[in-house]
Design a protein around this ligand. Structure first.
Ligand SMILES: Nc1nc2c(ncn2[C@@H]2O[C@H](COP(=O)(O)OP(=O)(O)OP(=O)(O)O)[C@@H](O)[C@H]2O)c(=O)[nH]1
Length: 369
């Protein structure tokens, strides 16, 4: 079967290092019967180990991109290769295995935005392979992280969350290494991060090929909106008058989320001190906030696992309704306590008056644009 121009479905497989992407690609190549699949592999190493491991790599099905991450430095190479591939041979599905550090969105954009690519291919399925065991270690607040690993952990947690939030199909892989009760919790967390995706618990990526090939599941608008934090934020925005909607009980495993809102700005020093303390159990926080020292600025907060960034993300426009809206997702989170702590970070009437008189009277430790 050969599909026409712009009709070759593309599956992008992402996942952190060692999560099981190559295992999935091999399984699909071995087990699928309905499709003629070409594979494009990107690896960060000097030698492209993955391409050699992938079954059938010597028959021209596997294209290698080395020495870079497919989502940034090699985007041009990716474009060239997929166009060349489509011109040189006939196949009816393309499988792209992204490097463990690639963020999925930029790769997806190549297939959506590059004209030469988009006229040949159709982005069909975004698959994230999550290492259930690694995920648990990364997000378990009890995990002690050696100091030197802190930065690596920061990046990893960000990528993990990105990959979970931006996908159509999620494989919770390496289930054999995780006890059942922990798996329930991990699934609860993942579901809260990403409610829309098809979720499969797998060992050695044991899913049927049709779960990841030519599924027709990709929907850019839906996937853009599907992250759990975006849904919570949208609900809070749409239903401002109904307090109950600010809280969301995810499932039976203690996973829940809520949205904190206020029209009163935070006091920079108190809010920063609160961020340093950070409440236990909250593994994901995202949104924007008001700061008394910068009334014109939209301040963004982004926290994934141990990693946190907070700083300016834009200016309020005339038709905006400036307010703080922060979504918190976590296990066994003490919502009332967190709300009370955040209320305590809000400027008092006196401080508001002071800020009006002299906005710089208070030191503001947050980064400038
Ligand atoms: N125990 C266990 N091991 C697995 C599972 N899936 C994959 N592995 C092993 O984990 C290791 C990494 O798997 P890969 O498929 O190479 O992972 P990857 O995501 O392609 O890794 P990188 O390309 O390095 O990012 C291999 O030794 C696999 O055999 C699983 O479900 N359980």
């Amino acid at each position: 079967m050969t599909l026409g121009d712009g009709e070759i479905p593309v599956t992008i497989v992402s996942g952190t290092l060692g999560a099981g992407k190559t295992t999935l690609v091999n399984r699909v190549l071995e087990e699928q019967t309905d499709h003629d699949v070409a594979v494009l592999v990107n690896d960060m190493g000097e030698v492209n180990v993955d391409a050699r491991l992938v079954a059938g790599s010597d028959d021209g099905d596997v294209i290698e991109l080395t020495n870079g991450c497919v989502c940034c430095r090699l985007r041009d190479d990716l474009t060239t290769e997929v166009v060349r591939l489509a011109e040189e041979r006939t196949f009816d599905c393309l499988l792209v295995e992204a490097s463990g550090i690639s963020e999925p969105l930029p790769i997806a954009r190549t297939f959506l935005e590059d004209e030469a690519v988009a006229e040949r291919y159709r982005l069909d399925t975004m698959v994230s392979v999550l290492d259930a065991y690694g995920f648990w270690r990364e997000f378990d607040p009890e995990t002690e992280r050696p100091r030197e690993d802190a930065d690596a952990g920061r990046e990893l947690a960000d990528v993990l969350v990105d990959q979970a939030e931006f996908c159509d199909v999620l494989l919770l892989n390496k289930c054999d290494l995780v006890p059942d009760d922990a798996l329930e919790t991990i699934e609860g967390i993942v579901r809260e991060l990403q409610p829309r995706a098809d979720l499969h618990r797998t060992t050695r990526a044991d899913v049927a090929p049709e779960a990841v090939l030519d599924t027709g599941l990709f929907d850019f608008d839906a996937v853009k909106r599907s992250a759990g934090w975006k849904q919570r934020l949208a609900e809070a925005h749409d239903e401002e008058d109904h307090e109950d909607h600010d809280h969301h009980e995810g499932n039976d495993h203690g996973v829940s989320s809520f949205c904190y809102e206020s029209e009163r700005p935070f006091h920079p020093e108190r809010f920063e001190a609160w961020m340093d303390e950070w409440p236990s159990g909250v593994y994901r926080a995202k949104g924007f906030f008001l700061l008394s020292t910068r009334p014109e600025t939209v301040m963004g907060l982004n926290r994934a696992g141990p990693s946190v960034t907070a700083g300016p993300i834009g200016q309020w426009r005339d038709d905006d309704d400036p307010a703080t809206r922060l979504v918190f997702i976590g296990t066994d989170i003490e919502e009332e306590a967190i709300r009370a702590q955040l209320d305590g970070c809000l400027c008092t009437d006196e401080e508001m008056a002071d800020a009006d008189a002299d906005g710089n009277a208070v030191s503001d430790p947050f980064p400038r644009a």
